[in-house]
Design a protein around this ligand. Structure first.
Ligand code: PLP
Length: 399
């Protein structure tokens, strides 16, 4: 075969979200963009804060161009990594420095360099259902096996008993994502303490080290006065994976970082493994100009952006509830996890939605059948204009 077997498998199951995104574009051409309500993809609609563009311009005028555009250490510019560490220290009272930070090509790359460093083919990685579907692919990239574990049906928080039972001698890592895509759940202190206790007792039971990978691209997007506790302070063997894609609306710029704390077992070796992984996976280093921009605007206040998402959250949730849908009230990120009306499969419900020019993603894409995900990082106008369509969909589903 010309195309590899593994790629043929990928192509056969290509991303539903991307497909919906393309369907949205086609519908927009046919009916006009203002008549299509595309809630399919988590692409921030709020522009990057002015501070980002100002920082890019400042980097271009202030930095030596040879240094700015040149090759660098795979882990990134030392001053950028220092700026990231200092910002975390200010916010969380930690004492990190550049030796704890690796700049990455977004969270996607961060997850891949962590897994490349840790996973052998017999290893398992646990995550909680529903989950960001790329986790499965990323774990498979290194021959590992993803083991999804149930969450509580009402709260979508990890079922600690099921979690404890799923851990075995092959468990190498656990991926959590908080604030959560697709449910909008935020793991608070109690949940993180419980997770840590289960992990510590499993480490003792198997005389092993299990790494908690905390995937946090939505870290600052918390509502109702809540905030995301610093996950690495709960469990020693943690690696944090962060991205500026959502907080600074920069998904196309591919910039984020991994935080590898000293408390992690074999910290220095893991750090070296991850920097080597950026090289041998062909990313080499995170984009230089964006590193230099981030260094200058790392502490940008995004309260106004969070407020906009919060308004959208309340607006869309209110419309869905008053139309008769049942959905989890999200505490973070920018997604609403809608329960598929009784008597319909997710696909059937999705088709009805699409008939009314509403695009949402079936729960199967997150191993969360019986639900659909609506991303509310869209314009307020889109949400307001979609109300009649939601009501028509509810009526058609007999709600
Ligand atoms: N992890 C989760 C839970 C996400 O939702 C996303 C993107 O939507 C990513 C990781 C990847 O983010 P990035 O754009 O930084 O690669």
């Amino acid at each position: 075969m010309f195309i590899s077997r593994s790629m043929q498998e990928q192509l056969a199951g290509n991303s539903t979200i991307r497909r919906m995104f393309m369907a949205g574009k086609e519908l927009a051409e046919k009916y006009g963009a203002e008549n299509v309500y595309d809630f399919s993809i988590g692409n921030p609609n709020v522009p990057a804060p002015d501070a980002v563009n100002e920082s890019i311009r400042a980097a271009l005028s202030e930095e030596d161009p040879v240094y700015l555009h040149g090759y660098m250490a795979n882990e990134g510019f030392p001053e950028t990594r220092r700026a990231v560490a200092a910002s975390l220290n200010r916010r969380y009272g930690t004492s990190y420095d550049e030796s704890n930070v690796i700049m990455t090509v977004g969270a996607a790359a961060g997850l891949n360099i962590i897994l490349k460093t840790l996973i052998d083919p017999e290893d398992e990685v646990i995550t909680f259902k529903p989950y960001f579907m790329e986790y499965r692919k990323y774990v498979q990239n290194y021959g590992g096996r993803l083991r999804p574990v149930a969450t509580d049906e009402a709260t979508f928080l990890p079922d600690m008993k099921a979690f404890s039972e799923a851990i075995n001698e092959h468990t190498k890592a656990v991926i959590i994502n908080t604030p959560h895509n697709p449910t909008g759940v935020v793991y608070g202190e109690e949940t993180l303490r419980e997770l840590a206790a289960v992990l510590r007792s499993a480490e003792e039971r198997y005389d092993s080290h299990i790494v908690l990978i905390s995937d946090e691209p939505y870290r600052e997007l918390c509502y109702d006065g809540t905030s995301q506790p610093w996950v690495a302070s709960f469990y020693e063997d943690t690696i944090v994976c962060y991205s500026f894609s959502k907080s600074l609306s920069l998904p196309g710029e591919r910039i984020g970082y991994c935080l590898v704390p000293e408390s992690l077992y074999m910290h220095a070796e893991v750090f070296s493994g991850m920097t080597t992984a950026t090289r041998i996976l062909g990313m080499v280093n995170a984009p230089a100009l964006m590193q230099k921009a981030i260094e200058r605007c790392i502490d940008t206040d995004i309260t106004d952006n969070v407020r906009l998402y919060d308004r959208n959250r309340q607006l869309l949730y209110g419309i869905l509830k008053s139309a008769g849908f049942s959905a989890a009230y999200p505490q973070g990120a920018f997604y609403i996890w809608i329960t598929t009306p009784e008597g319909y499969t997710d696909e059937e419900f999705g088709e009805i939605c699409q008939k009314h020019n509403v695009l949402i993603v079936p729960g199967a894409s997150f191993e969360g059948a019986g639900h659909m995900r609506a991303a509310y990082c869209v314009s307020e106008r889109t949400i307001i204009n979609s109300e009649a369509a939601w009501r028509a969909i509810a009526a058609e589903c007999g709600l």
